[in-house]
Write a protein that binds this ligand. Structure first.
Ligand code: NAD
Length: 335
């Protein structure tokens, strides 16, 4: 094989675009094909700086379009598939689950199936890899008052249509590995933050609303806990799993950084106050508790012992420093 081609799906979204920037820098010898449907969450601006490189190719399209996926395999012969493409917002999945099933479950099935046929036919099973990007949300929720963490062996207990669709995709990946020997690996990460995130998610939404002087919504009592992972740490872990992870395995990727939503929103207000030299109360008075999301998971926490032990990975980013950097970036973009 003279050149390595990676098919990255959903590469115009938040994590996918960060991963493309990361890979173009770390592995300039690879060819990258970015397949993205450009939904509301996809933005080609996220690829600025890499989109003019000769080893970067963009294809606009749907992972659920079998003909298109077959065409991409014929034309580019990818040896790696990294599937980020998904509908990813829990609130939207509660309002309209169908597109989540179409993209996250059926779309993953199409990718798996075409990759299987192509790699089988061309004898590529020995070195090709299909990496499914999944989420800690497939494990469901932990009680607030416990130190328990989800391991890769924890049962799947998804609570939202979003997490159920991601769990469905994970199970298909497992079945393709067990039944057809497909070289599949799954990563499940906690909540990511960093540059290029669509402002419907907690951190960019809080910054945007605060700067616009609009109410900053916080669900329920604000006590829900999330484990925050800097997106660059996730990209490094995904790269490592892609190259060194064991086939058929699942790897949790967490930040070891649990924050209650209300504490995080307060911290963002404090950072904004410092950066804009305005009184913190100007931002904090905008915090508005709103009716809780149905089925809102209380706490997520991931054990990352497996990826530490097997691949020597651990998150590097210092949380408050990276959050400050992120807030500054959004500030520069918005103002
Ligand atoms: P995102 O919503 O920012 O981006 C998703 C991208 O996928 C967009 O560019 C969109 O246009 C594209 N897309 C959607 N449907 C498509 C389709 N049918 N065909 C092709 N492209 C399509 O999502 P994100 O936050 O970057 O998440 C990426 C992946 O990581 C998802 O699979 C998500 O489940 C997973 N994940 C995200 C987080 C997080 O904190 N953001 C945490 C854990 C796991």
């Amino acid at each position: 094989m003279d050149k390595k081609v990676i098919l990255i799906t959903g590469g115009a979204g938040f994590i996918g675009s960060n991963f493309i920037h990361y890979m173009m820098k770390k592995h300039p010898e690879y060819e990258i094909v970015n397949l993205d449907k450009l939904t509301y969450a996809g933005n080609l601006e996220n690829l600025k700086g890499v989109d003019d490189k000769p080893n970067y190719h963009f294809v606009k399209g749907d992972i659920a379009n079998r003909e298109l996926i077959e065409h991409i395999f014929e034309r580019f012969s990818p040896i790696y598939v990294v599937n980020f493409a998904a509908e990813s917002h829990v609130d939207r999945s509660i309002e309209g689950p169908e597109i989540f099933i179409k993209t996250n479950v059926y779309g993953t099935h199409v990718l798996l199936d075409v990759a299987k046929e192509y790699w089988q036919k061309d004898g590529m099973y020995d070195f090709a890899r299909f990496l499914q990007i999944s989420t800690d949300e497939v494990y469901g929720s932990l009680p607030l008052e416990s130190d328990e963490k989800f391991t890769e062996e924890s049962p799947l207990k998804p609570n939202s249509p979003y997490s159920a669709s991601k769990a469905g995709a994970d199970l298909l990946c497992r079945a393709y590995y067990i039944t057809y020997g497909m070289p599949v690996i799954i990563t499940r990460s906690s909540n990511n933050f960093g540059p290029r995130q669509y402002p419907e998610k907690l951190i960019p939404l809080t910054i945007k609303r605060a700067l616009e002087g609009k109410p900053i919504p916080v669900y329920g009592d604000g006590q829900n806990v999330r484990d925050w992972l800097y997106v660059e740490d996730n990209c490094e872990a995904i790269d490592l799993v892609l190259h060194k992870g064991r086939i058929g395995e699942i790897y949790n990727i967490g930040g070891g950084n649990e924050w209650k939503n209300i504490d995080l929103v307060n911290l963002i207000c404090e950072i904004l106050s410092e950066l804009t030299v305005r009184p913190v109360e100007e931002y904090k008075r905008l915090i508005t508790f709103v009716k809780d999301r149905p089925g809102h998971d209380r706490r997520y926490a991931l054990s990352i012992e497996k990826i530490k032990r097997e691949l020597g990975w651990r998150p590097k980013a210092e949380f408050k420093y990276s959050l400050r950097k992120t807030v500054r970036l959004y500030l520069e973009k918005i103002i």
